[in-house]
Design a binder for this molecule. Structure first.
Ligand code: N01
Length: 546
């Protein structure tokens, strides 16, 4: 079967990319999706307490005012079922399902130079080809189950949060061990603790968290959302992180200690990721960051009644928000329950999993269920799970052995006509994802329209542009405190053997989007456009820096 374009993945990115290529450009498009239905992340992540950390009026598409205005969210933060219902509504409205094949996992994609086609293979052995290949595989979709010895001998049940059984897990009467205290673990623990006989949380790195402040939305707020589409969209497109709130223009140390405390207290009460926006230098000045970090640590110590547990939870070794900051619903309060205990793995590390539970250095913890809230092989994992081969059979797995190399996070040298939505080197995971996705989908769609109109056979980045972009990505990260948390998944540090390179673009979504628009306006500067005769490289100009 030959198509104009194949899109891999049917989450937020794949659905919009299908609509844009099919309904705006009139292309023949097929979406291949490994899951049994649409939703991407939200198809797989159904663990207890799962909820989006972006607010529901921002965690949506903005490309259609009508679509935006007709959807009503029920809570401040949408849960997986509501997000899937929203995406189902979008799919129905735009008649997307007819071009999506579910339960179809792509295993390989090979560029054929002779025919200028991508040849795609699925797990079931099916073969399809297309001129354009777009990956919409998400950044956090390859689960990371750490290689702890003894797991195969465990007699109980175990689950990774990112592959949660759709029928749910009954924790009643069960002794549950949860490994991991990232955004997921911090959401899951309070809900697991409600029904489990006992919950033991195994914490390797203590983490900051701020109350989410979730609540049902009032009719007034929903009406406000409906009436303010333009303004909300404008905010999401003008901020560094694509959220619908503005970041303060004030520096933390410009405020007096009393003023600062009042600002943090108000943000704590309001809840959510806005806490990051209280002062604009929280991620660039260690002294500024320390003021927020100390405020949160003091809150943890005040909430958690057992002083030793409080100390272990507040003993945080990195700046606030240098790792992705979680938001929670009664996470720290959960440790005041009689059926919850904390194991500090820094003091008492896991030695192995036994048939009956988890053995740390000092004792065995008997368990019926182990929950791995241990995160993902982020950004590169979903791409490298497929055997992608470009010109001359070059392999992405080989080419990225020392870390990913992209231009703008959207294309890879040697892999013509392949586009990677929210790929490494783009703002992606540092943003409210739908905002980053929309920007990429629109840029890719405009690019393909340009190529078709001008009879250009292929587009791929020139090596010097890839090199310069890679340096710029590192430079942007180094300008922030994100670079100080070397053990974060932004560096790939959570996956054994993964190269340690800072992967997302930390220069901000609005600035990045402007730069991408300028690149296009300058005739796709930094890309090689092949008209079928001699390839024409559009050399970067002096103003290419952003
Ligand atoms: O994964 P994580 P996550 N032994 O990698 C620990 C998004 N998200 O699923 O910090 C013991 O952050 C690990 O410890 P350490 C969001 O972007 C979005 O929680 O490496 N512990 C850490 O505590 C988020 O950032 C929403 O020392 C081990 C935890 O497991 C991203 O997903 C909701 C270990 C993993 O934390 C990932 O979050 C939830 C080992 N061998 C998540 N290996 C939204 O709302 C790992 N750990 C959209």
């Amino acid at each position: 079967m030959h198509l104009d374009a194949i899109v891999i993945g049917a989450g937020f990115a794949g659905l919009y990319q299908l609509h844009a290529l099919r309904d705006r450009l009139g292309l023949r498009v097929c979406v291949l999706e490994a899951g049994g239905d649409l939703g991407g992340t939200w198809y797989w992540n159904r663990y207890p307490g799962a909820r989006c950390d972006s607010e529901s009026h921002a965690y949506r598409y903005f490309f259609s005012k009508e679509l935006y205005e007709e959807w009503q969210s029920s809570e401040r933060y949408p849960g997986p079922a509501e997000i899937r219902a929203y995406l189902d509504h979008v799919a129905r409205k735009l008649d997307l399902r007819r071009d999506i094949r579910f339960s179809t996992r792509v295993t390989a994609a090979r560029y054929d130079e002779g025919t200028n086609q991508w040849r795609v293979e699925t797990e079931a052995g099916e073969r399809l080809s297309a001129t354009w290949l777009v990956t919409a595989v998400g950044c956090l979709s390859s689960t990371n189950v750490p290689d702890i010895p003894g797991l195969a001998d465990f007699k109980g049940r175990w689950f990774h949060t990112g592959r949660w059984p759709h029928e749910g897990v009954d924790f009643r009467g069960q002794r549950v061990g949860q490994i991991g205290t990232g955004s997921t673990g911090i959401q899951a623990a309070p809900v697991v603790a409600e029904t489990a006989a006992h919950l033991t949380v195994f914490q390797r790195t203590a983490n900051y968290s701020v109350p989410a402040g979730n609540h049902p939305l009032t009719a007034e707020f929903r009406q406000w959302v409906k009436s303010n589409f333009e303004e909300i969209r404008a905010v999401t497109r003008s901020t560094v992180n694509g959220h619908a709130f503005r970041i303060s223009e004030r520096k933390a140390l410009e405020a007096s200690p009393e003023e600062r405390r009042a600002v943090y207290e108000k943000a704590w009460e309001t809840g959510g990721l806005q806490f990051r926006g209280t002062f604009y230098d929280l991620l660039t000045s260690r002294a500024a960051n320390d003021t927020a970090a100390e405020f949160i640590k003091a809150r943890i110590r005040a909430i958690v009644k057992d002083p030793a547990t409080a100390q272990d939870l507040a003993d945080i070794d990195h700046p606030y928000a240098a790792k992705r900051p979680p938001i929670d619903s009664y996470y720290f309060e959960t440790f005041n329950r009689p059926n919850v205990s904390l194991v500090n793995l820094r003091k008492d590390p896991i030695e192995r999993i036994t048939p009956n539970g988890i053995k740390t250095r000092t004792r065995e913890h008997p368990l019926d269920i182990i929950v791995f809230a241990t995160g993902f092989d982020a950004l590169t994992g979903p791409l490298l799970a497929m055997d992608i081969r470009g010109r001359g059979g070059c392999s992405l797995r080989e080419d990225w052995k020392a870390g990913p190399h992209t231009y703008l996070g959207v294309q890879i040298a040697g892999y013509p006509n392949l586009f990677t939505i929210t790929g490494p080197g783009s703002p992606s995971v540092l943003t409210n994802m739908p905002a980053a996705i929309e920007q990429h989908v629109e840029w890719i769609t405009d690019c393909i329209a340009h190529l078709r109109k001008n009879h250009i056979r292929t587009i791929e980045p020139a090596e010097p542009a890839v090199q310069a972009w890679g340096e710029h990505v590192q430079e942007c990260a180094r300008a922030t405190l994100l670079f100080d948390a070397k053990h974060s998944w932004y560096f790939g540090a959570n996956v054994a053997g993964k190269p340690q390179v800072f992967m997302p673009y930390a220069g901000g979504l609005a600035r990045y989007a402007r730069h991408c628009a300028e690149v296009a306006a300058r005739g796709y500067e930094g890309f090689v456009l092949d008209r079928g005769r001699a390839a024409e490289a559009v050399a970067p100009t002096a103003q290419a820096g952003v």
